[in-house]
Design a protein around this ligand. Structure first.
Ligand SMILES: CC(=O)SCCNC(=O)CCNC(=O)[C@H](O)C(C)(C)COP(=O)(O)OP(=O)(O)OC[C@H]1O[C@@H](n2cnc3c(N)ncnc32)[C@H](O)[C@@H]1OP(=O)(O)O
Length: 386
């Protein structure tokens, strides 16, 4: 089988962009990534996006972005997998390269969330849950995650304070990231004193609504060589996996296991030939603090019920055994939903090149995990320094 390497990465700052529309953000990130790779054309474009239709009344993003970036008559499509759209788009781009059908592929993740009324945004995000069983009954994503958080705390005896540690860690790393939405460290008290959105989930347990775009360029080592991209820029896509679970929480086998993440991770570990102990950093999908705890368990980093214990023991910081959310995570960097998986990939590239603002010393292997829905559609990818 061919190998895939990422040779370029780019992004925009995450935040509320008053002056830049969806196309501006996407094109900026894409051209940054192409510039980073030193190329001016690609064979195809994959766009990770979740809800541009309802949020900004724009679909057909493949054509829109390829056209505005001046890429000519290339094939270009949007990939949608709820909040895992970015991770799925990266994996589709990698598959195109591995298949031999395309040699140089661009992937951009984009979401422009702040142009809609906040109540509408909450409703549109809920499209990724089960519309008839959950959304129509008023269950937003915050509410669904609050249910899981309550059950986790009750089952394993954790407190709100314990889960707050994930937000504190994310903000500590986000404070160093010039592209993060929230660049300030916080304390456990900040989380505990923040208002309840859906008890026991508080404002600081949640990722924010925001805008942003990120992009990567994928090719083969042979083509990278031919294009003259310096080897220091290459990052190998070592493994990937993807799986789904029941769309609604009521039908889950076990509310406290992210089964799709477990299956996706097993596939990715097998393909890369690594185990959790070989991974130097983890970009997990902390859309809510509870998801960080469950993700660490599903990825095999912590035993079942011990994800939050890892945070309590101080093992998730940059200089600890299992650094997570090195770029601030979804909590502090921000979660422009369809772009998040690509932002995670960009962070993996920066870490493995040794260029990250919160650098894990001598990082050689990194993992990204991107969750769609309440765990119904999950991607896991593993990247390795060349
Ligand atoms: C699989 C998945 O990924 S599902 C996840 C999909 N994403 C979501 O569900 C988004 C979840 N988050 C939200 O819905 C919203 O951010 C909420 C409900 C938590 C807060 O929204 P609002 O109450 O409208 O906040 P609003 O935008 O008015 O901001 C109020 C203040 O809080 C701050 N703020 C907003 N969100 C956050 C946050 N998550 N963390 C910290 N501060 C925040 C704002 O900066 C603002 O601060 P300021 O007054 O100093 O300027």
């Amino acid at each position: 089988m061919r190998k895939a390497v990422i040779i370029g990465a780019g992004m925009t700052p995450v935040g509320e962009h008053w002056k830049l529309g969806l196309r501006d953000l996407a094109v900026e990130a894409l051209l940054n990534a192409m510039d980073d790779a030193g190329i001016d054309k690609v064979d195809s474009l994959y766009v990770g996006n979740m809800i541009s239709g309802p949020l900004v009344e724009q679909e057909n993003l493949g054509a829109l972005i390829a056209d505005w970036a001046g890429l000519g008559n290339i094939p270009a499509v949007k990939i949608e997998a709820a909040c895992a759209s970015g991770g799925a788009a990266v994996q589709e781009g990698v598959k195109a390269v591995l298949s031999g059908l395309e040699d140089v592929v661009a992937v951009v993740g984009i979401e422009k969330m702040t142009d809609a009324w906040p109540s509408d945004t909450t409703r549109y995000l809920g499209y990724a849950a089960d519309a008839e069983w959950e959304l129509f009954h008023g269950a937003s994503f915050v509410a669904l995650n609050a249910l899981v958080m309550r059950y986790y705390m009750k089952t394993y005896g954790y407190t709100e304070e314990d889960l707050a540690l994930f937000a504190v860690n994310a903000h500590a790393n986000g404070a160093k990231n010039p592209y993060a939405m929230f660049k300030r460290p916080i304390k456990v008290e900040t989380v505990l004193k923040s208002p309840y959105i859906a008890d026991p989930l508080k404002l600081f347990d949640a990722s924010p609504v925001c805008d942003g775009a990120a992009a990567v360029i994928i090719t083969t080592p042979e083509k990278a060589e031919e294009l003259g991209v310096p080897k220091e820029k290459w990052v190998e896509v070592a493994g990937m996996g993807r799986a789904i679970d029941t769309i609604n929480l009521a039908n889950r086998e076990d509310l406290l296991t992210l089964k799709a993440a477990k299956i996706a991770a097993e596939r990715a570990y097998k393909m890369a030939g690594v185990e959790p102990k070989n991974i130097d950093f983890f970009e997990v999908h902390d859309a809510f603090t509870i998801m960080a705890a469950l993700s660490l368990e599903a990825l095999g980093v912590a035993k079942k019920g011990e994800g939050a214990k890892l945070a309590k023991e101080g093992q998730i910081a940059i200089d600890a055994d299992y650094p997570i959310q090195t770029m601030g995570g979804l909590k502090a960097r921000g979660h422009p939903v369809g772009a998040t998986g690509v932002y995670q990939t960009v962070e993996a590239v920066l870490q493995l090149r040794g260029e990250a603002p919160s650098q894990v010393p001598d990082a050689e292997v990194g993992l990204t995990q991107n969750i769609g829905g309440t765990g119904s559609n999950i991607t896991v990818s593993i990247f390795r320094r060349v």
